[in-house]
Design a protein. Structure first.
Ligand code: ATP
Ligand code: MN
Length: 464
């Protein structure tokens, strides 16, 4: 008989009909010749209850129905006498598809996340990771839907690149050169003419520069793909491989950009509340009791729009009033996460879009303000996360952009194609990057970014 998914089985009301369900045993208990199985197949956080009478089943088979085992059940759908569930399955036949002995690492409840990370390949079968992964999927759908409905084109930028977006290091090199017998030139320098691409290449740290080419042709594009940063910082908010969403829009100014950032994030959060109710209810109960309240509160209020200079003033006033921070925050400093969180969580108590940063702490491509000191960045800072979006208006003037590039003594040989956007038919434009896992952290209430991606890549860890 055709399998019914648990999510559908729980909605069926044709009591008395035959039904087949398959899944993994969450738990089994028994009393007075009857056993009860909580069965989950990943389609929903909810389990379906299977009821069987010991006398109808082979004793050895019943013994194999342990936590983690995979089974197929043929039976009859019946109305459940138990509270909290409409239906259950009265088992007629049970087949153990995959037994699961006591060495199964996800056996016990309440294991630490650290323990589960060491078994990241099996943690997906737990309630928490099932919920997180279903929400992750739903957020991807929300993002594609939002942009599609707003006339953005999904634009694919390369993962292997010969240019470094931010002009900073921390890239993973890509090569087919023999690392055990590295060919060098007469000066002892590594050559790249004999490498696969004939030039030094690396995995992308951002698709923005190519995204700008898309936006200045198609009007509005977005990317959604993997991004790689060899940042040797072991924080709960950084991965070496993460997914980034980068919309880029022609003819957008700072105001348009901030409006889009706010509308887009609110849409995603609303989508989660509308489409992930069961998983959110579970996480709200098990992980973070204020989760749903926090998601709803983000929707209710306008994000604060705060110039950096004003932010520094507020932080310094807090320091004068006795607030202690680990890192300094004088005008010109890059704000640490503790500063961002103070502004968002303690001072304003709602999300903040911080704007107009000192040019020294921002990337070369941002549009310079008339003061000559600040740039039109628009980062979105969120409660419990800190920076969730990094955005900016892009400098569209070739002269100003070149002046900034020269000031930074950047090598333009691998950037000429980018500068062509300003040489021919340049236009005002803007864009931002949203870290997908940071959004998932916020929406799930999870604390560590390693726990919102199936197989995290972090320093000294590329297992699975
Ligand atoms: P941070 O200061 O937190 O390192 P950033 O300034 O390096 O962030 P951007 O280069 O602006 O970040 O990247 C855009 C977005 O990508 C960030 O707002 C964040 O959501 C996400 N992001 C950046 N680095 C990482 C990372 N290593 N792991 C996961 N997400 C990241
Ligand atoms: Mn960073």
């Amino acid at each position: 008989m055709k399998r019914t998914k648990v999510i559908d089985a729980l909605k069926r009301t044709d009591f008395g009909s035959d039904i087949t369900v398959m899944g993994w045993v969450r738990s089994k208990r028994g009393s007075k010749g009857i056993f009860f199985i909580a069965l989950n197949d990943g389609s929903t956080i909810k389990n379906i209850q299977i009821v069987g009478e010991d006398q109808h089943f082979d004793e050895a088979m019943v013994k194999l129905i342990t936590t983690g085992a995979c089974i197929r059940v043929n039976g009859v759908l019946v109305e459940s006498p138990a509270a909290g569930q409409a239906s259950e399955v009265q088992a007629k036949e049970i087949e153990v598809l995959g037994a699961c002995d006591s060495t199964y690492p996800m056996q016990k409840k309440g294991q630490s996340f650290e323990y589960m990370r060491q078994h990241a390949h099996m943690r997906l079968r737990t309630n928490t990771f099932g919920a997180v992964m279903r929400i992750r999927h739903n957020m991807a759908m929300a993002i594609h839907t939002y942009f599609h409905e707003h006339g953005f084109f999904y634009f694919h930028t390369p993962l292997i690149t010969a240019s470094d977006c931010e002009g900073a290091g921390n890239m993973f090199q890509v090569t087919t050169k023999n690392l055990y017998d590295l060919k060098k030139d007469e000066n002892g320098q590594i050559t790249y003419d004999d490498d696969f691409f004939g030039t030094q290449t690396a995995l992308t740290v951002s698709g923005q520069l190519e995204g700008e080419l898309g936006a200045t042709a198609l009007g509005q594009i977005y990317t959604f793909g993997p991004t790689f940063r060899a940042e040797n910082s072991n924080t709960p908010r950084h991965l070496a491989e993460f997914w980034m969403i980068e919309p880029e829009m022609a003819f957008y100014d700072k105001q348009d950009l901030m409006d889009l950032e706010e509308d887009f994030i609110k849409y995603c959060v609303r989508w989660a509340l509308d489409h992930c109710q069961d998983d959110l209810a579970f996480l709200n109960q098990m992980i973070d009791k204020t989760l749903i309240e926090r998601l709803e509160s983000v929707l209710k209020e306008d994000f604060v729009r705060l110039p950096y200079t004003e932010g520094i003033r507020i932080l310094q006033e807090a320091i004068r009033n006795g607030r202690k921070f680990e890192f300094p925050c004088n005008w010109g400093d890059d704000l640490a996460s503790e500063h961002e969180r103070y502004l968002v969580e303690e001072h304003f108590k709602r999300p903040v879009i911080m704007t107009d940063y000192p040019k020294e702490i921002k990337a070369f491509y941002m549009k310079l303000n008339e003061d000559g000191k600040t740039m039109q960045g628009t980062d979105v800072l969120f409660p419990s996360i800190g920076e969730i979006i990094g955005g900016s208006v892009r400098e569209e003037s070739l002269d100003k952009l070149m002046a900034e590039i020269q000031r930074r003594q950047m090598d333009t040989t691998t950037l000429e194609w980018y500068l062509d956007t300003r040489r021919w038919g340049t236009c005002p434009h803007a864009g931002f990057g949203l870290g997908f896992e940071r959004l998932i952290l916020f929406v799930t209430g999870m604390q560590n970014i390693r726990d919102v991606i199936p197989f995290p890549r972090t320093p000294k860890n590329a297992a699975f």
